[in-house]
Design a protein around this ligand. Structure first.
Ligand SMILES: C[S@@+](CC[C@H](N)C(=O)[O-])C[C@H]1O[C@@H](n2cnc3c(N)ncnc32)[C@H](O)[C@@H]1O
Length: 222
């Protein structure tokens, strides 16, 4: 599915979020607290928007690796992000990252977690490749509270996502998007998942009136 939408993914995102996705990614970059010459892995990087923002933050002496399961997304990321010396992309599964333990200062995942078959295993794998004291940052869609507003939001999303995607001849594919949110854990439950995966000092903030949640956890014993 992600191979199919790679060429239109960024434009669809901007329309569906009314430009909000850029702001949310900037908040995720801030939450990494990465310094100059730091290192990060951006898992489920898609077309590489967050990876580029991270590369910008760490500068030319840093290192950012964007990985994604979709070869088309990685191909698109490589073709569109230009020549940034501290940035590389590769095809890899979030649940089995081809990196040694404690390789990076930070691991990020943006709008990718809900695609994984096992969220706890996903966080455990992100934490594994980050050194103790480093950060795992997760940006993900969420269902707003209170429940009545959440129901209205999901209903609207279910109608609008395929309509907007229809503009790009991807309407059928994009029925998946709201469906992937149904049953997805709320931010407090996801905090528990991160703690069970071995992260500590886990906290989150809601963005976009609760339609997005930004979680941060620290790797290793306190
Ligand atoms: C909604 S996109 C998010 C892309 C990007 N992070 C962003 O912020 O726009 C979800 C991405 O997760 C990737 N993905 C799904 N399952 C994956 C897995 N098991 N391992 C790595 N990437 C995966 C998809 O290929 C897709 O590019």
């Amino acid at each position: 599915m992600f191979d199919d939408i790679a060429p239109v993914y960024d434009r669809m995102n901007t329309i569906m979020t009314a430009g909000g996705d850029g702001r949310w990614r900037r908040a995720a970059v801030e939450a990494t607290e990465l310094g100059s010459a730091g290192s990060a892995i951006d898992v489920a990087c898609g077309t590489g928007k967050l990876s580029v923002a991270l590369a910008d933050r760490v500068g030319p002496f840093g290192r950012v690796v964007g990985v994604d399961l979709s070869a088309a997304m990685i191909g698109y990321a490589r073709a569109t992000t230009g020549d940034i010396v501290q940035l590389e992309f590769s095809v890899a599964n979030a649940l089995d990252l081809p990196f040694d333990d404690a390789t990076f200062d930070v691991a990020t995942i943006a709008f990718g977690l809900r695609n994984l078959a096992d969220y706890e295993a996903g966080f455990r794998e992100l934490a594994r490749v980050v050194h103790p004291g480093g950060r795992v940052v997760c940006l993900e869609l969420s269902v707003p509270r209170p429940r009545i507003w959440g129901t209205v939001y999901l209903g609207t999303f279910r109608l609008l996502a395929p309509l907007v995607a229809g503009l790009f001849a991807r309407g059928r594919t994009y029925r998946y998007l709201p469906a992937s949110l149904e049953g997805f854990p709320d931010p407090a439950t996801l905090t528990g998942t991160m703690i069970r995966a071995g992260l500590r000092d886990v906290g989150y903030r809601r963005l976009a009136l609760g339609a997005v949640a930004l979680h941060v956890g620290i790797v290793g014993p306190g």
